[in-house]
Design a protein around this ligand. Structure first.
Ligand code: ZN
Length: 123
């Protein structure tokens, strides 16, 4: 059971469908398809379903930003403007890289919860 959960979340993190694992869920970098082209799993089932993804993305990004800030402040003696010039691009690049992954990971979370609740549209 744990390995199923982890492998499903990993498929989401890899931007793939949590059900079939074989298809890219994105039409472009930030445009999630409405359904998986391989198996038809609907990715946007209801309004407000993205609230969890937004909280997940915001929480992890804030943790990364704090870690980057602590590393820069405690390992360098750079002036503030240099520190910000280094930290901001790192955090922005992390956001750009991770946002689609959080979106598809949230599709995997919804898939797992719907599967656990034995929703009729899952299989
Ligand atoms: Zn699929």
């Amino acid at each position: 059971m744990v390995s199923l959960i982890l492998s499903t979340l990993l498929e989401g993190w890899r931007r793939r469908c949590p059900r079939c694992g074989g298809s890219d869920l994105f039409a472009s970098t930030f445009e999630l398809r409405d359904a998986c082209p391989g198996c038809g799993l609907v990715t946007r089932r209801e309004e407000g379903a993205w609230t969890g993804q937004m909280y997940l993305s915001a929480a992890v990004t804030q943790i990364v930003a704090v870690v980057v800030m602590l590393v820069v402040f405690f390992t360098t003696d750079w002036p503030l403007w240099v520190s910000l010039s280094v930290m901001l691009p790192i955090v922005i690049a992390f956001c750009y890289w991770s946002l689609p992954r959080f979106m598809s990971t949230w599709v995997a979370v919804e898939y797992l919860t719907d599967r656990a609740n034995q929703e009729p549209w899952i299989d």
